[in-house]
Design a protein around this ligand. Structure first.
Ligand code: PGA
Length: 252
């Protein structure tokens, strides 16, 4: 059985007070109604992370960051290292989100360094991949995802894959209201599993949690999560509303 996960990606939303309050509400919700099928993760801005981790400490859900530095420590003004993320009590870090790749020009090789540092710090990595609209229209989506995974992830040792979760997020579906069709999502998730099989073997392919992300909401979550190779979701916009987020978790 693969682990199912629903991770909220708050992106750059909510000030500290709002974020702490919201994490408290999510935590209380799942204390009363524990999510039996899926692990729940809240990926918050760095500023919120220590406070949110503290709130979640005795609860049922985990905290994560949305990024970490590609260097271990030192003179990198404004950066936050994987060790620092870990020291807040957070368990996860998202690496390679398309917004980081696009707006901050993060390259596959930098993402590879970030992933290695995060794993070495004892974090679990949610490694994102996905094609832009033009690449899908040109029929290059599998090629793009293969490159992102090969260059960003596959040079790491097989043992470390136990602490990696892959999130397939077609960029054209993120925050746009457009969702991959069940066929498109299943096809890509299955393809990713075949790449894992080739590179790391059957066990890794069978046990890797692969999340879908991109305009996932209460109305489409159940259908997406019922696909054989989809093991949960990475949720942006809908993770900012308690009702929507909890409904998505319950759709697993
Ligand atoms: P969205 O974002 O759910 O708002 O489309 C998903 C993501 O970027 O992780």
């Amino acid at each position: 059985m693969r682990k199912k996960i629903v991770a909220g990606n708050w992106k750059m939303n909510m000030n500290l007070e709002e974020g702490i309050k919201f994490a408290g509400s999510v935590n209380n919700y799942f204390k009363e109604k524990p999510s039996e099928k899926a692990e729940v993760v809240l990926c918050t801005p760095f500023i919120h992370l220590a406070g949110v981790s503290e709130i979640l400490r005795n609860g049922k859900i985990s905290a994560g960051a949305q990024n970490c530095a590609s260097e271990a420590s030192g003179a990198y003004t404004g950066e936050v290292s994987a060790m620092m993320v870990k020291s807040t009590g957070a368990e996860y870090v998202i690496i390679g989100h398309s917004e980081r790749r696009t707006y901050y020009h993060e390259t596959d090789s930098e993402l590879n360094k970030k992933t290695a540092l995060a794993l070495a710090a004892g974090l679990k990595v949610i490694f994102c991949c996905g094609e832009v609209k033009e690449e899908r229209e040109a029929g290059k989506h599998t090629e793009v995802v293969k490159r992102q995974l090969t260059d960003g992830l596959f040079s790491l040792p097989a043992e470390s894959m136990a602490n990696v979760v892959i999130a397939y997020e077609p960029v054209w579906a993120i925050g746009t209201g457009l969702t991959a069709t069940p066929q498109q999502a299943q096809e890509m998730h299955h393809y990713i599993r075949s790449l894992l099989n080739e590179k790391f073997g059957e066990d890794c392919a069978a046990t890797m949690t692969i999340l879908y992300g991109g305009s996932c909401k209460p109305s489409n979550a159940a259908e997406l999560f019922s696909l054989p190779d989809v093991d949960g979701g990475l949720i942006g916009g809908a993770s900012l509303k308690l009702e929507d987020f909890t409904a998505i978790v319950e759709a697993v």
